[in-house]
Design a protein around this ligand. Structure first.
Ligand code: ZN
Length: 340
């Protein structure tokens, strides 16, 4: 069980119990998962706070020694909790990590065999828990991934931009947080929440727990935006090219991957801190700089059109050379050499 647990936690890479409510539970994951998103976010916050003025051009910070943390720890840091949310939208990891793991195993089985844990025929549709949908179903775009193999890159890009527009509006205060998510802009996002018609934006980001600060859920939304962007710089999520093309001057996404046929262990290796540290980014295509730029736009309440252009033409630029989605080099291969 422990092997399986460690494998799963590691496979899904997040550091679910780090610095959360139970001090003793940290031992379970110590050494097998790493707080990569947290580190990028803290570096980005330092970068943004060093550039408090209007965003004339995307921020570039080369100093990777200064991080800004909340003194009380990550569990009191609304932005970091928002960064956690994409991996744990049902907020199970605070108190019910075993349930989160069981759901992830069930979701993987359904995605691979169309059978749930009871052995019954099942498909992950819009009525499933968000934890299922965001890892193995139609909401994989919140991890900058395609929701199915063969999905055109522009469609994945549009879904990512739609989630960015929604979270940006929530983060900057232009969206009333009591707006139900099936009616919130942009329209493209609404069908994904047709089965959650009573959910407000506040509920979406805090279904079980929240901090008392007034801006908590707005920072949660900002964190969710950062998580998506940061994921896009992991080779398990996208394949990127960093040279200029006629329509993508700062580089482009060549292919979005889908998690469905990926080997979770191979995926996790690419998500590890070492992979991030070893990766050579450019100044414009760097998860810390991009996260810092988005934090600066949020702080300045920049018009969405400005942010959209930055995300569409720089961070998530795709051109005619883009390939339809696939597992990439992270494909699961069974003993027989075939995808199960
Ligand atoms: Zn993710």
């Amino acid at each position: 069980m422990l092997t399986s647990l460690c494998g799963t936690v590691h496979a899904h890479k997040i550091n679910p119990l780090q610095d959360k409510y139970k001090q003793d539970s940290r031992a379970i994951t110590r050494g097998i998962s790493e707080p990569v998103h947290e580190e990028i976010t803290q570096l980005a916050r330092a970068c943004q706070q060093a550039h408090p003025g209007p965003v004339a051009s995307p921020l570039v910070c080369t100093d990777r020694t200064v991080r800004i943390k909340t003194p009380e720890g990550n569990k009191y840091d609304s932005l970091v909790r928002g960064v956690w949310w994409n991996d744990d939208p049902n907020q199970l990891l605070f108190t019910k990590p075993w349930k989160w793991l069981a759901w992830m195993d069930d979701a993987e089985n359904i995605a691979r065999s169309n059978r749930n844990w009871k052995g019954r025929a099942a498909t992950i549709d819009a009525s499933y828990y968000l934890t299922y949908r965001s890892h193995y179903g139609d909401l994989q775009f919140i991890h900058s991934m395609a929701s199915a193999n063969g999905e055109p890159a522009r469609r994945t890009q549009q879904n990512i931009l739609a989630w960015a527009e929604f979270t940006y509006a929530a983060a900057t205060g232009s969206l009333d947080m009591e707006t139900t998510i099936n009616t919130a802009a942009p329209q493209q996002l609404q069908p994904y929440f047709s089965q959650q018609s009573g959910w407000t934006t506040n509920y979406l980001f805090a279904p079980r727990y929240r901090l008392k600060t007034a801006d908590h859920n707005r920072l949660m939304a900002a964190g969710s935006l950062l998580h998506m962007v940061q994921d896009s710089y992991s080779a398990a999520h996208t394949r990127r090219a960093y040279d200029a093309s006629p329509s993508c001057l700062a580089g482009r996404v060549v292919q979005f991957h889908s998690y469905i046929d990926q080997d979770p262990k191979k995926h996790a290796t690419a998500d590890r801190r070492q992979a991030w540290a070893d990766h050579t980014f450019t100044a414009q295509q760097d998860p810390v700089n991009v996260s810092a730029t988005l934090l600066a736009y949020i702080a300045q309440r920049a018009p969405w059109e400005t942010v959209e252009a930055y995300l569409r033409d720089t961070v998530f630029c795709v051109d005619e050379s883009a390939e339809d989605a696939g597992a990439g080099e992270y494909l699961v291969v069974s003993a027989e050499g075939a995808v199960p």
